[in-house]
Design a protein around this ligand. Sequence first.
Ligand SMILES: NC(=O)c1ccc[n+]([C@@H]2O[C@H](COP(=O)([O-])OP(=O)(O)OC[C@H]3O[C@@H](n4cnc5c(N)ncnc54)[C@H](OP(=O)(O)O)[C@@H]3O)[C@@H](O)[C@H]2O)c1
Length: 271
Amino acid sequence: MDIKKYGPWALVVGGSEGVGAAFAQLLAEDGFKLVLIARKQEPLDQLAAELRANGAEVRTASVDLSRHDALAKTRAQTYDIDIGLLIYNAGANSIRGRFTDLPKDVTQAVIAVNVIGQADFARHYGALMVKRGRGGIILTGSLGGYLGSPTLAAYTASKSFSRIFTEALWAECAPLGVDVLHLNIGFTATPAMARLGMPVNMAESPEKVAREGLENIVNGPVWIVSTPGNIERARLISRVDDRAATVRAHAIAPREDTAQAAALMQKFAAR
Ligand SMILES: NC(=O)c1ccc[n+]([C@@H]2O[C@H](COP(=O)([O-])OP(=O)(O)OC[C@H]3O[C@@H](n4cnc5c(N)ncnc54)[C@H](OP(=O)(O)O)[C@@H]3O)[C@@H](O)[C@H]2O)c1
């Protein structure tokens, strides 16, 4: 990663574990200084200690992105440094259910993290990058953002926002020297997925996802991680000729069916 273009500091939002931690590790190896944001302080401290032991400069802050003060709390950690790379990684969905049944707090939190948060952080740090005429922004998406899935209405819609938002931001920022990428992720073996009881032995590694994101920051606006089956699935669920059939046939499977779905996708991709 070119530190002259994207450094000296990188801000990883959702940077304590999984894909976010993998981003932090790769960037530290390339000499970046890091600001890591997540809710739980202990995993942040643990990762920061590892990175510092290898010579990296690291700041951390416990911030809940679903709260209105998230950007202000993060800015307090970054007002005196140049953030050349923003990676907005947090955003997985932990609670499923019919939209009309779920408590409003649950669905509003998804929208706050994935829509309001992505927009607010991209506006603030993007404006500073545009002023400097250089920098990069990676917003994490999901294959779920191509199709509205029952029991995941707010999540799938929020990832769709992220992709469309990034496409526009990419076109606006490219002539101003700032690269913008929507990193579209398929099933990945993160601690968040493991805690949900997902079969992460079938899933992509966070290191590969983060590496592909960094290596393809100039290949925006959308990069679909090259896990076998991901691009084929994106094509299938993007069909426009019969959305009713597509939505019914390709909704994200219940968790207990995920292993079967992942195996089928791999088989399909191998043909
Ligand atoms: N894993 C997959 O299979 C998969 C598939 C498609 C897309 N994605 C996307 O990839 C990204 C990473 O997913 P993930 O599986 O690693 O889980 P995740 O929970 O989105 O990300 C984990 C990181 O984000 C932090 N985080 C989560 N919610 C937060 C909040 N409200 N405020 C501040 N920090 C928060 C976590 O630390 P704390 O818990 O301490 O806050 C941790 O550092 C997400 O955007 C997700 O939608 C993942």
